[in-house]
Write a protein that binds this ligand. Structure first.
Ligand code: F6P
Length: 553
């Protein structure tokens, strides 16, 4: 097929190539091309993306790149970095890149009230954060009883929790960090009850992290923590122990947090893109300011790569296109993330919000129904734990589940053998998914083990692995603050590219609103109020059962 110059025709061509690929075995692609591993990999510095273990051949890659070109991905990218309102349904820019740009970057942003100097605002808040972190670490800032803070309690949910908790764990799991961090997200009272048992209020610095400062879970938890702290140290201690990270100054003031304890950002930073903003203060307190700065630098390095590398060598673009191939050409509906690094334990959960809240949408930017599938279901775990839970389905289930394997060459512990075993497992899983094991090989293996032929006949089919199952490998030298920032930004930009290709608004999240509204409507019913909106019959029955079990009805 020859290249097409019309976007819809390019999507049709991709679908046609996908149909052909359904009948092709990706193992044969390695046999056909001795340089396949190199030809279907890309690098920036020590970071490698290998997507050779997929059914993408040269023609498919060319078709994918053609879609990116015809969809004008580079223009969209440039508009995003120029601070234009790429979040059209909320009339906002998506300029989280300004948060990690070096000082005096001069980035400007379009807002509803005009053009603002984004960099000037970011630089100012970043300096305030750095001074605050240094004051806490040096002991210049202490708690109400004069004791230094040794624990940071971050209260926030969604983007105000997942990024910070993931990054703080990644950067401090081995070293222990400068301060202990705890994260309170769930409104479930059990979560705070467990924390209250272990925390010392006199030594706890509380960060209320909420972009809007209106989120019910965070407000409920913040009130609970305020009461707990005031009961132990008195009301006056709140001023000393509480910090707010928010865009909503009026609400932070109403909560009683002094302006010099509020670190701000703007509404052009989406919640799931906010770990680089003051929302990341817990990371800086846990890992130290130099580490936080290095995380920003790593993300900035990825921004530069994304902005300048040609599409065919551009890691976020390629990662996005591989995903597009799997969803739109091959029809796969899931994406598994396996982090062969215990420090990245929370990375799959972080990506669930980043990818699914961004691109889990069915309405296109033009208001019409999106004509094709969008974001797959993202799930994952650290390897090797996953190998002993859901990997069975990934190898032998009826659905094909593409996997991203993520691992590093150099560990930060002194047991190189353990690390080699870990990496061997990651490589072996990817190879097993690709190569599989056919019936003849299984039968021969069983014969050699002296298995009776009746048992071979009965059991061998169960031990067959179809193979031909795709995976990416993302590997780099070492997990440190810089490479973590770079990794997060890689996925952020992947998501932006995919959103643009699917023509959805990756920066809004209207899908989470209805549940919030209904929760507020159900709440009075749980208190026994009978007036108000009529619920669905099942909801009403469950409310009644709830009240009966509690002896309230
Ligand atoms: O529920 C969705 C959401 O709006 C996320 O997008 C956001 O990260 C989270 O809630 C928390 O919001 P906030 O930081 O405003 O409390």
């Amino acid at each position: 097929m020859s290249p097409v110059d019309n976007l819809e025709a390019a999507w049709e061509r991709l679908a046609a190539l996908g149909k052909m690929a359904q009948h092709r075995d990706c193992r044969s692609l390695f046999a056909d091309d001795q340089n396949r591993a190199a030809n279907f990999s890309a690098h920036t510095d020590d970071l490698t993306l290998d997507f050779s273990k997929s059914s993408i051949d040269a023609e498919a890659l060319e078709a994918l790149l053609n879609i990116a070109k015809l969809a004008d991905v580079t223009r969209f990218r440039d508009r995003m970095f120029a601070g234009e309102m790429v979040n059209s349904t909320e009339q906002r820019a998506a300029l989280h890149a300004a948060l990690r740009a070096p000082e005096n970057a001069g980035l400007r942003v379009t807002t509803s009230t005009g053009i603002e100097d984004a960099s000037a605002f970011v630089d100012g808040e970043r300096r305030r954060m750095r001074d605050f972190v240094e004051a806490v670490h040096s002991g210049r800032l202490v708690g109400a009883t004069g004791l230094p803070f040794d624990t940071v309690l971050n209260i926030g949910i969604g983007g105000s929790d997942l990024g910070p908790s993931m990054a703080a764990e990644a950067l401090t799991l081995v070293s222990g960090g400068r301060m202990r961090t705890r994260f309170l997200s769930n409104v479930d009272g059990h979560a705070f009850a467990a924390l209250a048992r272990e925390l010392d209020p006199a030594r706890t610095l509380v960060l209320v992290a909420s972009k809007t400062f209106t989120t019910i879970e965070t407000a409920t938890n913040a009130n609970a923590v305020r009461n707990w702290l005031a009961a132990a140290l008195g009301d006056a201690a709140i001023q000393t122990h509480f910090v707010a990270l928010s865009t909503n100054k009026a609400a932070t003031a109403a909560f009683g947090i002094a302006p010099d304890r509020v670190f701000g950002f703007r509404d052009w930073v989406g919640g799931r893109y906010s770990v680089w903003s003051p929302i990341g203060l817990s990371v800086a307190l846990a890992a130290g300011w130099p580490a936080f700065q290095s995380m920003l630098d790593g993300a900035y390095a990825m921004d530069q790569h994304f902005r300048t590398a040609p599409l065919a060598q551009n890691l976020p673009v390629l990662l996005a296109l591989v995903g597009i191939w799997h969803v739109n050409a091959m029809g796969y509906g899931t994406q598994c993330i396996l982090t062969y690094d215990a420090r990245l334990r929370r990375f799959p959960a972080y990506l669930q919000q980043l990818e699914m809240e961004s691109n889990g949408k069915a309405t296109a930017l033009n208001g019409q129904k999106v004509p094709r599938a969008t974001c797959p279901i993202i799930f994952g775990e650290p390897g090797t734990d996953a190998q002993h839970s859901f990997i069975q389905l990934v190898h032998q289930g009826t659905q094909i589940v593409p996997v991203d394997f993520i691992w590093v060459a150099m560990p930060d512990h002194d047991r190189p053998d353990a690390h080699r075993i870990l990496v061997a497992n990651a490589l072996a899983q990817a190879e097993a998914l690709l190569n599989g094991k056919d019936l003849a090989a299984v039968q021969q293996e069983m014969r050699q083990a002296g298995t009776p032929s009746a048992i071979i006949d009965a059991v061998a089919p169960h031990r067959v692995f179809s193979g031909d199952r795709p995976s990416n490998t993302i590997m780099f030298r070492q997990l440190d603050a810089f490479s973590l920032g770079r990794l997060i930004a890689l996925y952020e930009h992947k998501v932006a590219v995919q959103g643009w290709l699917w023509q959805v608004d990756s920066f809004d999240q209207w899908g989470v609103e209805l549940g919030k509204v209904l929760a507020a409507q159900v709440l009075p019913s749980l208190h026994g109020q009978t007036e108000g909106p009529v619920h669905n019959g099942s909801t009403t029955a469950l409310v009644n059962r709830f009240r009966a079990l509690r002896g309230e009805a």
